[in-house]
Ligand binder design. Structure first.
Ligand SMILES: Nc1ncnc2c1ncn2[C@@H]1O[C@H](COP(=O)(O)OP(=O)(O)OP(=O)(O)O)[C@@H](O)[C@H]1O
Length: 236
């Protein structure tokens, strides 16, 4: 089953074409990794797909007219409410979806995201890694069908990174669809059931890791990345 279909979407900021005709589908119960260089247009593409940014051209179609309540999104920076604890922040995020999370339900979500010990800590005092996990928890408060995670494990220590992988795997096991962006090719190989590589606002490769490595005659995704993505000339 196809949940979301983006057809030839484009976005420019001023004269700069950031997304230049992306067509993709997001299927039920896949873990889709979106990879590509800094500034390639990954976040902008995700923002258009989740309906937070309007495409200049092209369109995005959804499987359900109430899709907004069934999508959870974690962005790279999260505006938590200072003065509120981690637990209170999650309850507030749930209220945005008109959902009342009991203390027990909130604790369960915090535990799932490795934050049980921080439930009563002011969100603004959490470490970077803890804030990232709280951001993921915030994306899950309404038990969404599809979860978009924008670089969920970036700048995390190895243990926290593994915890994020566990969260992604358990969401997948529950039948959810997960779309995540990442610069960590090992993580992508471990988790993704399908990969989309974006460069300069266009999809330049698509498929699972094995297929892509065979197709482009490389032994791993790092090599594939270096082979396919453009490189800026370095001026010394
Ligand atoms: N609101 C905005 N206004 C102007 N330019 C923007 C805006 N948002 C993004 N850009 C520019 O668009 C380009 C693509 O940004 P985007 O965040 O989509 O890339 P990305 O592939 O997610 O990069 P990264 O891997 O570094 O997160 C970048 O050059 C960025 O500076």
């Amino acid at each position: 089953m196809i949940y979301i279909k983006a057809d030839n979407i484009k976005k420019s900021y001023g004269k700069r074409k950031v997304v230049n005709g992306i067509t993709l589908e997001i299927e039920k119960n896949e873990i889709l990794a979106v990879i590509g260089p800094n500034g390639a247009g990954k976040s902008t593409t995700i923002e258009m797909i989740v309906g937070l940014r309007k495409a200049d051209q092209g369109n995005v179609r959804y499987w359900d007219e109430k899709y907004k309540t069934q999508i959870g999104v974690q962005f790279q920076s999260v505006p938590f409410f200072p003065g509120l604890t981690a637990l209170e922040n999650l309850q507030l995020f749930a209220a945005f979806y008109k959902k009342q999370l009991s203390k027990e339900e909130t604790m369960e979500l915090l535990t799932q995201c490795g934050l049980a010990d921080c439930s009563h800590t002011d969100a603004s005092r959490l470490s970077g890694g803890q804030q990232k996990r709280l951001a993921i928890a915030a994306a899950l408060v309404h038990d969404p069908t599809i979860v978009f995670l924008d670089e969920p494990s970036a700048s995390l220590d190895p243990r926290s990174r593994l915890e994020i992988h566990q969260i992604i795997r358990s969401l997948h096991k529950k039948g959810k669809t997960v779309v995540f962006s990442s610069h960590d090719m090992d993580e992508v190989v471990k988790l993704a059931t399908r990969i989309i590589m974006i460069d300069q606002g266009q999809i330049i490769a698509e498929g699972d890791a094995l297929y892509l490595c065979e197709k482009y005659k490389v032994t791993n995704l790092d090599q594939l990345y270096l082979k396919l993505t453009s490189k800026e000339e370095v001026a010394w």
